[in-house]
Structures are given as structure tokens and as C-alpha cells.
Design a protein around this ligand. Structure first.
Ligand code: PFF
Length: 458
């Protein structure tokens, strides 16, 4: 039955294109903006170790499961869940998993777009020579000026949302496919250039030590590390599932998932190696929070040979990386509207985009006029701004929860024969995957949740 389905939205030209698109979704602000600052806030080494373990033991198996579900269902995650549940003669109630993904997608994009806006404005700040010879204090005040001005943030947020809607409305194949192929390797290369600069600061080993020397971590830190593993690999909300639905049957899911996770991890670690030496060389705080890269990298650009050019190219690529991720955040919702409501892609993209833009206002104001409006949820967090709250709830709760149920669906609900056919890999690899998604992944997610709220102590 599954073999006869085809996607009404088209199909990737080949496997490489799929890997690039999925890598484009995975590699984004999560790697370069978020990973360094949450590592800084959570004390470094042990956090990185837990994150790497989560990528290997939870992330990669769930990525395989998501691609597999998508490719078998061949529709938006909502309809894929309906189709697969029916095929396996299970409750149609599984559809909520698709819906939760759609909601998580626009909640994430609503703040993602605001941060991408910061990166866009930094293209111009760097290009205008604002950082030439700048001190750490100088960079700090440039950053504070930007985020305390709601109008400027709003303008960049609006521009980024328009860019996202434009691509999604044209379908993924024409724009993104080609651009990603060319730009991702360039981003990688530039990160290496900045790592080389970081080596010259004389504080490289401090950076390495901070990233790789185990220290202490609490239950909340473990939850944040796990949540980030989902976030950075775009898992738990249907983005990878919907990309999987455009993949043809004869490609290896296992290999693709490993490539995507590897590329994503390398970019995050390179970002860490680029940023922490600069932090220590300039007496900055590793736990500075969301502004960390905007307060460190400009110092490098302001002092290195050709730094203005490198800086402009770097922030441009960062915007690009964010762009290729943003698209995948609303693709599940757009695909659903096209499938079920008969809307054109353009109309569906604009509808979802405008709604997301509106929610994004909350994040724009979180850094200025609503700075003191905070929320607390018992056992989870205290005094979080709107932005902090959205970020926490999506990355640390919704994505792991989505991933948990994707694992349960793939390993407990679907027949073994169905998953074996779809993954079509060596018996040993299949067995390892199955043990991981059937036992290890669900157990790990549950234990980390309980540990974070203090219900158990590990
Ligand atoms: N993986 C992206 C990043 O690391 O920036 C963010 C993201 C994209 C999360 C798509 C979730 C998603 F579905």
C-alpha cells in the first residue's frame, strides 16, 4: 500500500539533494547562536558531553524514524500520521502528533525569525566598519542598542518572515535546493577561518578546555542538552518527516541520517571552538546568554586582517543557514493546508507567515518594552520573558515529547515488518536501531523529564 503513494508536492531530484535540504534544516541558528550560549550558561564540558550522547543515542535513531514515517506516509505530518495509523489499524488519534508539530513549528519560527533579524542587521553593522578596532565594551553597547529598539527589531523580523514566505510559496525544490548546495560548504569554510583566528588569541586551549573538560551539571542542564539535540537536528515536530515525504523509495535512510547528524554536530563544535577563545581572551562571560555570538564574533572581525569582509560574508551565511531552517519550520503546516484545504502554496504560506509574524511580536518586545513581563511555571522555570518561555517550552518540552511519541509510534505501533521494509538496511543495524527507539530513546526522554522536575534524582 505504502509503495503506491506519491507526494502531491513533488520529490527530491536525488538523495544528495535530500541530505542537503535536511542538513539545511538542521544547521542553523541552533548551531551557531544557540549551542555556544547554552553551553556557556550550563557550564561547558559536561553539557557538551550530554548533548553529544543525546545526538548519538536519541537524535540519530529518531531522525531515521522521522524520515521513515514521512517517506511511507508521503504527505504532511498530519496526514501522514492519519494514513500510517490507518494502515497499521491503529487509532486515528495519532493525528495529534502531527498537530503538535505544526504548533511547535510556528512557535519556534516566531522567535527564530527575530534572532535571524539580529544576524541580518549585523551584516550591515560589520559591512559599515562599525566594529573596526572595537573593544568588548563597545561591541556590547552596539548589541544593547539594537535589541532595545523595538522598531528596528520589528523591521528585520518582518523582512526575514517575508523572505521565508517567498521561498516556501515557490516550493522547496527551485530555490533552496540549489542555494544550499553552494552555500553550506562556504559557511563551513568560514567557520574554520574564524577558528583559526581564535587560535591566534592565545586563549584557544581555554576554549577547548571549557568545551571538553567535564564539570558539573544539574537536571535542568541535562534537559536543556537533550532539548537542544532535538532542536539542532530539527526533530520532534515533523520538519524532517515532511522532507522525508519527498524522498524516493530507493535511498538509504540510515546513511542519510548519519550524514545529516554528523554535519550538524561538526558545525556546532566549530562554532564553540570559534567563540569561547574569544570570550576568554576578552574577559567576557561565557554565560552571557542569547547575545553571546553578537558580542564575541565582532571582536574577531574588528581585529583580523580582512575582518570586515569575513564578517559580512559570515553573517550573510548565518542568515542563509537560518533561512534554510526557517522554511522547514512551516513546510509541515503549508503542506497540510495545500492538501486539505485546497489552498495554493502561495496563499497557504502567506497565511501561516502572517500568523507567525504576529506571534513574533512577543519576542521583539521581550528584549525591550516587555523586558520585565515575566512568566514562571512551577518545577520548570522562574521569571522567564516571553521569548525565554517560548524557547523553553518548544525546545525542551514540545520537541522531546514529539520525539518520544515518534519513537513509540515507529517502534511499538508500526509492525516490525513495515519498519524493516522501509529502512531496508543490514539486519544488525536494523536491530540496533530498533532497540534504541523501542527502549533507550523513550526511557531516556522520560528519565530526563522526571529528573528535570525533581521527581527522581540521577
Ligand atoms: N535545526 C534548526 C537549528 O539548529 O537552527 C532549528 C529548527 C529547524 C528546529 C527546524 C526545528 C525544526 F523543525
Amino acid at each position: 500500500m505504502a509503495e503506491q503513494r506519491t507526494s502531491i508536492h513533488g520529490q527530491w531530484t536525488n538523495r544528495t539533494v535530500f541530505i542537503l535540504a535536511a542538513t539545511g534544516s538542521a544547521v542553523g541558528l541552533g548551531n551557531i547562536w544557540k549551542f555556544p550560549y547554552i553551553t556557556g550558561e550550563n557550564g561547558g564540558g559536561t553539557f557538551v558531553l550530554v548533548y553529544l550522547l543525546c545526538i548519538a543515542l536519541i537524535g540519530i535513531p529518531i531522525m531515521m524514524a522521522e524520515i521513515m514515517l514521512g517517506r511511507r506516509g508521503k504527505q504532511s505530518p498530519i496526514n501522514t500520521m492519519i494514513a500510517l495509523a490507518k494502515e497499521e489499524r491503529r487509532s486515528p488519534g495519532w493525528v495529534w502528533l502531527g498537530w503538535m508539530g505544526v504548533v511547535a513549528g510556528f512557535l519556534i519560527l516566531s522567535y527564530y525569525s527575530v534572532i535571524a533579524g539580529w544576524a541580518m542587521s549585523y551584516v550591515f553593522r560589520t559591512g559599515g566598519g562599525m566594529f573596526l578596532g572595537v573593544t568588548a565594551d563597545g561591541v556590547n553597547s552596539i548589541f544593547t542598542d539594537l535589541v532595545s529598539d523595538p522598531e528596528r527589531l520589528l523591521a528585520w523580523h518582518t523582512l526575514f518572515m517575508v523572505m521565508t514566505m517567498m521561498v516556501v510559496s515557490r516550493g522547496v525544490k527551485n530555490g533552496i535546493e540549489r542555494a544550499v548546495t553552494f552555500l553550506m560548504p562556504l559557511l563551513f569554510g568560514l567557520l574554520i577561518v574564524i577558528v583559526i583566528y581564535a587560535m591566534t588569541t592565545g586563549y584557544f586551549m581555554e576554549g577547548v578546555q571549557f568545551l571538553f573538560t567535564p564539570g558539573s551539571i544539574d537536571g535542568k542542564g541535562v534537559l536543556i542538552a537533550m532539548g537542544h539535540a532535538f532542536f539542532t537536528l530539527s526533530l520532534g515536530m515533523g520538519a524532517i518527516m515532511v522532507y522525508g515525504s519527498y524522498l524516493s523509495k530507493d535511498h538509504s535512510i540510515v546513511q542519510a541520517a548519519i550524514w545529516i547528524a554528523l554535519a550538524d554536530t561538526v558545525v556546532a563544535l566549530l562554532a564553540g571552538l570559534a567563540i569561547f577563545p574569544i570570550v576568554f581572551a576578552n574577559g567576557l562571560e561565557p554565560g552571557a546568554g542569547p547575545g553571546l555570538i553578537f558580542q564575541t564574533l565582532p571582536i574577531a572581525f574588528g581585529h583580523m586582517q580582512g575582518g570586515t569582509l569575513v564578517g559580512v560574508v559570515f553573517f550573510t551565511l548565518l542568515v542563509f543557514a537560518a533561512w534554510t531552517s526557517a522554511i522547514s519550520l512551516i513546510e509541515p503546516a503549508v503542506a497540510y493546508l495545500v492538501e486539505n484545504k485546497g489552498l495554493t502554496r502561495i496563499y497557504a504560506s502567506v497565511l501561516i507567515g502572517v500568523f507567525t509574524w504576529f506571534v513574533g511580536l512577543g519576542t521583539v518586545f521581550s528584549f525591550n518594552i516587555w523586558k520585565d513581563k515575566t512568566f514562571s511555571i512551577p518545577y520548570m522555570f522562574d521569571n522567564f520573558t516571553f521569548f525565554d518561555t517560548l524557547d523553553y517550552l518548544t525546545a525542551n518540552i514540545m520537541l522531546p515529547l514529539g520525539g518520544l511519541f515518534i519513537a513509540i509510534f515507529a517502534a511499538w505501533v508500526m509492525r516490525q515488518q513495515s519498519t524493516r521494509d522501509e529502512l531496508a538496511t543490514y539486519p544488525f543495524i536494523y536491530m540496533v536501531w530498533r532497540v534504541l527507539v523501542r527502549f533507550i530513546t523513550p526511557l531516556a526522554v522520560i528519565v530526563v523529564f522526571l529528573n528535570a522536575i525533581g521527581a527522581i534524582k540521577i
